[in-house]
Design a binder for this molecule. Structure first.
Ligand SMILES: [Zn+2]
Length: 146
């Protein structure tokens, strides 16, 4: 089965809100706060960090509400959910993209990487699988290692 090509990619907060509405999800105040934070922060945050930041901004929102909204948004593919050994992190981009994992800070940075066609063809030839999308995990340090 081909993936539905007519579904618009989510490229902004407005796109994310629009997708919620398209799926018939209610965009409650709390849900909007979470989406706004993820699009402002441009990083991958844990549920705990999202809760802390929203409450620091004076946007009172309960723990349970944060967890439930993150679950609903990620299960619908509106936000990204990264499974890590120390828990889940959430990000604003739901399309396939690559990550740079910083081993100093434990941060995950999003990067758009375009692999050369010849490399994709090689992978296809080796495996017999037609590649339609990919996501690469890079690992490294910010500081130069002595
Ligand atoms: Zn990401």
């Amino acid at each position: 089965m081909q993936k539905e090509a007519t579904v618009k990619q989510i490229r902004s907060l407005e796109d994310a809100v629009e997708r919620c509405q398209l799926l018939g999800m209610r965009v409650s105040r709390q849900r909007r706060f979470i989406l706004e934070l993820l699009w402002q922060a441009q990083e991958h945050l844990s549920a705990r960090e999202i809760y802390d930041r929203l409450n620091q901004q004076g946007k009172g929102i309960g723990h349970t509400s944060v967890y439930q909204n993150l679950e609903a948004l990620s299960s619908q593919g509106i936000i990204e959910c990264v499974e890590r050994s120390d828990g889940r992190l959430y990000g604003n981009i739901s399309d396939s993209h690559s990550h740079v994992n910083c081993l100093d800070t434990n941060q995950i940075l999003d990067v758009e990487i375009q692999l050369p066609e010849s490399l994709l063809r090689e992978v296809e030839e080796r495996t017999g699988v037609r590649i339609t999308e990919y996501s690469i995990n890079f690992f490294g340090y910010r500081q130069v290692q002595e």
